[in-house]
Ligand binder design. Sequence first.
Ligand code: ARG
Length: 260
Amino acid sequence: MPRPRTTAVVGLAVLALTACSSTAPDDVAADGEVQLIEDGALTVCTNPPYEPFEYEEDGEVVGLDIAIAQEIAADLGVELSTIVVPFEGIQSGEDLQAGNCDVVASGITITDEREEKMDFSDPYFDADQGLLVPAGSDLASAEDLAGLEVGVQGATTGESWAAEQGLETVQFEDLGLQVEALRSGQIDAAINDIAVLGPFVGDDLEIGTTFPTGEQYGLGVRTGNTALLDAVNGTLERIREDGTYDEIYTQYLGTAPIED
Ligand code: ARG
């Protein structure tokens, strides 16, 4: 298994103060030190366009996932470096295994299958699937889609959900291509996480329905990278407590999170 090329050891002052009694396994950074693939940077793999989680603005990738990653980097005392890659390698754990990034942050739903390929942080966002359709199409349920061409993003939970419903799907590499195909009439409807469909609603497209799948997003690290996982969870806890999470959630989602 390839190991990260360069190794930076970052003293985790913040974590040491907050994580009172973590017992790290002795194979990985038992002393609680976070090792990063690039010196002085937290390298994060992500797959835009996926507004409001990751999307490009003025040549920069921004969004809720990126803002959270920024907080993690700040707590580690390093810069954030964002790498844009296909979702397939993110969700399969390949990018983490290959040492392409320290963390995957890409609206990734925590699933049992993916838990085998990477370690997930505590959940940070609740998600369901949604249906994007041409305005006025009256498509509002899975049954309505029988015999139609339904666009999905490859390797996503939307793709597996559509397959479970027995729908005929057309795969797209990213959300942008998926929506373009809907606009051009190549597909009849598109399924993806409901939160990312909103930005496309307008004169030509509307939300047909929400499919309540009860998903939760997590940030991923390489299996066994307990030191980094503890740091990630430490930051998630801090931003929940100090109001930063509410602030960035409101900034990118447009409404405050519902308390649970
Ligand atoms: N939540 C879905 C999944 O985990 C879709 C995520 C796609 N994310 C992205 N940035 N393109 O499969």
